[in-house]
Ligand binder design. Sequence first.
Ligand code: ATP
Length: 634
Amino acid sequence: MFEDFGGDAEPRRYREALRSAAAAVALAWRSAPGTVTAYMAVSVAAGLLPTAAALLVSRLLDGLTRPGYDGLTTVAVLLIAATLGGALTIPLADFLRGQSTRALRLRVQDELFDGVNRLPGLRHFEDPSFQDRLRLAQQAAGTAPDLLVGSLVTAVQAAVMLAGFLVTVFVINPVLGVVTLLLALPALRTQLTAGRRRAELLRDTMNNSRREMFYGSLLTDTDTVKEIRLYGLQRFFTDRAGAELRTVVAAERGTELRNLRARTPDLLLGVAVFGAGLLWAVRAARQGELSIGDVSVFIAATAGIQRGVEQLASTASTAYQAALTFTAFRTLGEVPVDLPLPAAPRPVPPLADTLELQDVWFRYTAESPWILRGVDLTLTAGSVTALVGVNGTGKSTLVKLLCRMYDPTRGRILWNGVDIREFEPDALRERVAAVFQDYGRYDLTAGENIGLGRVARLDREDLVAEAATAAGIHARLSRLGHGYRTLLSRIFAATGAAGAAEGELLSGGEWQRVAVARAFMRRDADMMILDEPSSGLDAAAEREIHDSLRELRAGATVLVISHRLSTLRDADRIAVLGHGRVAECGTHDQLLDADGEYARLWRLQAAGYEPGHVGVADAPAAVAAEGAVAGPGA
Ligand SMILES: Nc1ncnc2c1ncn2[C@@H]1O[C@H](COP(=O)(O)OP(=O)(O)OP(=O)(O)O)[C@@H](O)[C@H]1O
């Protein structure tokens, strides 16, 4: 596992790395088998050429010193051919590597998103350690397979070159050959440790790197840049980004210093062996035991072996690091799904009876406080239920449970009497339309922003316009430069024929209507959930949406959450959530008669405006009411 590779026993870590390396190479192979084969072949050929060139140089030198030797031209031509081959294989290998990297990028994107999309709930996405892991997986998936294939090729090249040089040195001085080869072992171990340290560094600083990116994005994000300027936060966030980066850089420096210290003895030893070999070769040449050509080959081969050993070791280091980080990607598919899925899911029937929360308890983690503490609530099919309560009482949390983004920690939610855990989450969600409090604003066209509500009908302009009309946004969207095809974006520019940027902006309330229209694309949904659907709307729009809802909801079961009680008085039932439970439940009149929390909230808001009338005066009134109730209820 990714979490374990720092503290694990060495052999198990190597095994994990090997599995990851195999998976990464297999991934690269699956992406572009032909290109990867060609790349390897060209690279191996490139590895053979230096040895061939060294041998040819030796032949040439010997030929020059041997009177009457007539093969000089052939040797020279071969040497030129080897040089030419060397020159050609480099750009060709580069191109092939680029090709395989491009194919890999396409493949990785699919596999990564498949790994993420198979998680049905929200829990992992709201867990910072999962976010760290995801980021590492993303980073590793994009680079590790390529690095590993590259390392494999480099290793084969280095091994081929090494073998050639080793044979040469063995022929001249077997002892020196063995010693030089043995030197590879400590160097290899040092480099593997260096690779592990780098992989651990990447993992351990991922949170800092993500924060650094986050602070950086705040400084440029269109959503935050306004406040940043108003409050003069540029320096503040720049410093924070800088502090995170400094932490990463300091950790990197520490790791690289440790790696350098560990490597120095290996390097010194290598030079000592080379020096000894050189002295021996010079002495042997003086005594006539070696020819000048032998000495030149010997020097080139000893240096070549050391270079090869060094290259092999550092390749192993890179590969080990890449393999360890790739573990985050490889094991992404092993992340347990956050919602247990039934072995034999039941089909979700139309909601003909009730949707019932039975003694539902919920907290986000085992350490965090209970948000819901035994909620009992029955939504009758075809009726409108309103949910009210002060800020933070868990209304939106309850919505997440109804959409099965989370499962209740205790208790059950029954759809026509069947526990919703017996359904496929996607099948359940197919039957639900929702406007979340924090709905999405997609940098897509106006039509797409609405059509996403029923993506299979994204291109049905008639249905999109119908939903927009019901949400009271049709006229506005029709007036946009390109109507429903206008890009609603502040970060992307659609370039038109004249080359002008065509993205247009909507106001907050207009965006909210677009989100409502998106939900209205699912007018066939059994359950419609509206979490503060009109908080940003003007009075007329709010009335319009509620009228549409009345018209559209025919047959649908509706749950509306709102702080504006005036918009909820027509609901069939109003449930007041307080202290994690349904404190009161009834019709508007029943709750007023009961003279409890609802009646108190109602009177507070009514003091600001006529009940039922929604006008400009309701905004301050609502704020005043919320402020007044937040204290005791919170
Ligand atoms: N993902 C989360 N992880 C941990 N705690 C959360 C998470 N989301 C919400 N909470 C906590 O759950 C509590 C209830 O939040 P929730 O959004 O459900 O309240 P609400 O009743 O909808 O509030 P409001 O009226 O302000 O919209 C809050 O105190 C919040 O801190």
